[in-house]
Design a protein around this ligand. Sequence first.
Ligand code: VOV
Length: 247
Amino acid sequence: MPEAVETLDGWYCLHDFRQVDWTAWKLASEEERKQALKELDELLSGWEEVESNKNGSVGFYQIIGQKADLLFMNLRPTMEELTELETAFNKTKMAEFLIPAYSFVSVVELSTYMAKGKDPDTDPEIQARLKPILPKWDHICFYPMDRKRESDNNWFMEEKDERGRLMYEHGMTGRKYAGKVRQIITGSIGFDDWEWGVTLYAHDMLQFKKLIYEMRFDEVSARFAEFGEFFVGHRKSKDDVEKIMDV
Ligand code: VOV
């Protein structure tokens, strides 16, 4: 029987998508709005501090399209810390105006199909990939995905060497986009409704389309990939919040 590939697992990850309740926001008093902005600023400052202490990472994005308006992405060494920060966020004044749109719970994951005999606990490159500081690139693309389990195309019935071959081919396509697209793959089997989360960063949004289209022709995607909803957007800093929320 095919055997599972060992995974290396790093920081836990929460993608928290929100929709702005513009009607409620416009109806709120000046004072309430000020308080909400202040609390969100404090929250983002606190998350940035965690990142500068290398105990996690944070990304804040404005999402285009009707599925969501904002994305708060946080990474932490434990799932409990993510639960706590989510609860703290929900208790803020601003959360009264930010309606949950979608969330994804996962953990940064590297498979070991192409392991090079390095010690993952000490190798600095592997450690940096397992505990990533989110790229400060302008654009983000996120989607969840599965590997198919159909009779002819069942990923989990393929031998490990064959899966390794397919992943190698996948990696070669990805490498063509070095400097253009960066990927963070998070595993979510047992944590969320899909098996993996794909978070991509680019300087030029068109590169998302080019990469994902090219990968569609890789055997591993063509035969075995199934995709959830796509979310795309732009990186924002806490200094952009006032402009975004200005009415
Ligand atoms: C910049 C693009 C890029 C690059 C360089 C890249 C490389 C690599 C390598 C080398 C490896 C294997 C080792 C590891 O690191 O885990 C992976 C792993 C993985 N990938 Fe990937 N991927 C990219 C990009 C990339 C995209 C765009 C997608 C979505 C697929 C698509 O069709 O839309 C994806 C998916 C995955 C998944 C789901 C896994 C885990 C599969 C598993 O069964 O374990 N990935 N990926």
